[in-house]
Write a protein that binds this ligand. Structure first.
Ligand SMILES: NC(=O)c1ccc[n+]([C@@H]2O[C@H](COP(=O)([O-])OP(=O)(O)OC[C@H]3O[C@@H](n4cnc5c(N)ncnc54)[C@H](OP(=O)(O)O)[C@@H]3O)[C@@H](O)[C@H]2O)c1
Length: 239
């Protein structure tokens, strides 16, 4: 039985990744930070489908001690999905060190140190790491400098760790385009949303299932490493 850890797996895209991998037979470790209730509900649902197939674990991923406690609690692991992230506008003139750390620690530092501390565990299973990146790792989203920089960081992390951790561990990425609007609706105005939708070749947002199916494809691949697949409805064709 294979096991997958999904960070930020209690809701939205992370929860769909958990469900999709679970449907394929994986046991799931759902990491959450604040969303305990939704993590419990999801685990209960997965355990009802297959007993003892899902557990939950809390960690503040901007804290290195929490990262180590989380990784030391895991005995067997086949897939680490670095999905947790923070996203909000950061006009350049307003950025300070707290904002920098708030975004960079969760989006870049945590995936790196989680990967580092789970390397030995993943080696034992010839496992893989799948990083959830963003198409804006390559072409910046206006007004989101620090998020863009963080996603460029995790994109390079994908490639550099693929080289460093081979041949035992594969490291890949999935770069979503527009999938779910941020829950903090002040992040984007209706005008900004329409402008984005108009640039998507397929004319609509993607779904969390589109991302989860790509994660599953990469998890079950045996000869792909260091690759990042964009799942963006052709959005990058018009960037
Ligand atoms: N949504 C999109 O359209 C879109 C587009 C491009 C890329 N992406 C990428 O796809 C992934 C999932 O997107 P999403 O919109 O579903 O994500 P999200 O809802 O913004 O965040 C996912 C989870 O990350 C967790 N998290 C945030 N900061 C954390 C911290 N310091 N420590 C631990 N956990 C933390 C939160 O867990 P709790 O709720 O438990 O606190 C949150 O539920 C992200 O990597 C995102 O950058 C998404």
């Amino acid at each position: 039985m294979k096991t997958a850890l999904i960070t930020g797996g209690a809701q939205r895209i992370g929860a769909q990744i958990a469900q999709t991998l679970h449907n394929d037979g994986y046991n799931i470790i759902i990491h959450y930070r604040h969303s305990k209730k939704t993590a419990e509900i999801l685990a209960k649902m997965l355990n009802a489908q297959r007993s003892d197939s899902a557990t939950i674990i809390q960690a503040e991923l901007s804290n290195l001690d929490d990262i180590h406690t989380l990784s030391h609690s895991i005995e067997q692991l086949d897939v680490l999905v670095n999905n947790a992230s923070v996203f909000y506008p950061t006009p350049v003139k307003e950025v300070n060190q707290d904002i920098w750390h708030n975004i960079m620690d969760t989006n870049v530092m945590a995936p790196f140190f989680l990967s580092q501390s789970l390397t030995a565990t993943l080696r034992k299973t010839s496992g893989c790491i799948i990083n959830i990146v963003d198409i804006h790792a390559e072409r910046p989203l206006k007004n989101h400098a620090i998020y863009n920089i963080s996603k460029a960081g995790i994109a390079m992390m994908t490639k550099t760790l693929a080289k460093e951790l081979a041949p035992e561990i594969r490291v890949c990425g999935v770069s979503p385009g527009s999938i779910l609007w941020p829950e903090n609706e002040v992040s984007l105005t209706d005008k900004q949303k329409n402008k984005m939708l108009n640039k998507i070749a397929l004319g609509k947002q993607g779904s969390a299932t589109d991302i989860a199916n790509t994660v599953l494809f990469l998890a079950n691949s045996t000869y792909i490493t260091g690759q990042i697949i964009s799942v963006d409805g052709g959005r990058t064709l018009n960037q």
